[in-house]
Ligand binder design. Structure first.
Ligand code: IPD
Ligand code: CA
Ligand code: CA
Length: 284
């Protein structure tokens, strides 16, 4: 059974291997589309994933892997690595320096270790369940901001953002009115790492994948914060949504989201109805 220290050492090595590829590829990026015109993939995504997997598999050949670009390995194991080889691909594709690699190790479905590496800024975030969270070796902590009205939030928009724009923007507007401000940085994993180290007070997003949040959610918890589903239940990594906060703001985030939601749904339904009418008009 590998111990915590060994897991962490290998995870950091894998993250650094991916980070080297990010930096090497940054000056000559070739972009392709994935699910739609705004869901992009670069050679760096694929190469960074291969490099990280190579390090992990050499050290732990019997462990299972779930990685964004290559999917789930056929291996059946209670040990599983969850990898986003390049989180912030759209930023990367535009040389906007907010991207990272995110690697989590889970045992029996529970994340035990998380590493997020921002190679551009040379910031390495490491969390160990029960052992705290660190940035470049120094312990990090969430903020102590007590009220939403004096909070800085971060969020993101998933790849169906054009189709569901009114829904997502209703939350943006709702929080714009309730806080000091909202930032959209383009990397969910770094958003979580930044909540963990106190650069933001809370984060919410819909439409996320396990590899976006596996390492970052542990980072926030180990830095003294709280994570969960948007309705306040225990975080489901496959549940496609999250609230992460400094803890003090958590219930306020849940309450605000449930207050905003009916209006968000109403606006989305109205948009669908408008589109259907336009469609009928074009055929009439
Ligand atoms: C995306 C980023 C972005 C978030 C999207 C994610 P990718 O991941 O984390 O901030 O808003 O929902 O899909 O595609 O760059 O790995
Ligand atoms: Ca991602
Ligand atoms: Ca990615």
């Amino acid at each position: 059974m590998p111990d915590h220290g060994e897991i962490e050492k290998v995870a950091v090595r894998a993250a650094r291997a991916a980070g080297r590829i990010h930096m090497k590829r940054l000056s000559h990026i070739s972009v392709a589309r994935k699910s739609n015109a705004i869901d992009l993939v670069t050679e760096a995504d694929r190469e960074a994933e291969a490099a990280a997997i190579d390090v992990l598999q050499r050290a732990f050949p019997a462990h299972a892997i779930l990685a964004e670009e290559s999917g789930a390995s056929p291996t059946i194991s209670e040990h599983r690595w969850i990898i986003d080889p390049l989180d912030g691909t759209t930023n990367f594709a535009h040389s906007y320096p907010q991207f990272c690699v995110s690697i989590a190790y889970a045992r029996r479905g529970r994340v035990q270790s998380g590493v997020i590496f921002d190679a551009f800024k040379r910031e390495l975030f490491v969390a160990r369940r029960g052992g705290g969270a660190r940035l470049n070796g120094k312990p990090i902590h969430v903020t102590r901001t007590p009220l939403l009205e004096s909070a800085l939030l971060v969020t993101g928009f998933p790849y169906d953002r054009r189709e569901r724009r009114r829904f997502y923007l209703a939350f943006w507007e709702g929080f714009m009115m309730r806080t000091h401000g909202v930032r959209r940085t383009g990397s969910a994993a770094l958003d979580l790492a930044w909540v963990a180290c106190g650069r933001a007070d809370a984060f919410w997003e819909f439409g996320l994948k396990p590899w976006d949040i596996a390492a970052g959610s542990l980072m926030v918890e180990e830095a003294g914060g709280r994570v969960g589903n948007i309705d306040g239940t225990e975080l489901d990594l496959a549940g496609a949504q999250i609230i992460a906060s400094n803890g003090r703001l958590h219930q306020q985030m849940i309450d605000a989201m449930s207050a905003i939601r009916p209006e968000a749904e109403r606006r989305h339904a109205a948009m669908l109805a408008e589109t259907a009418l336009e469609g009928a008009g074009n055929h009439g």
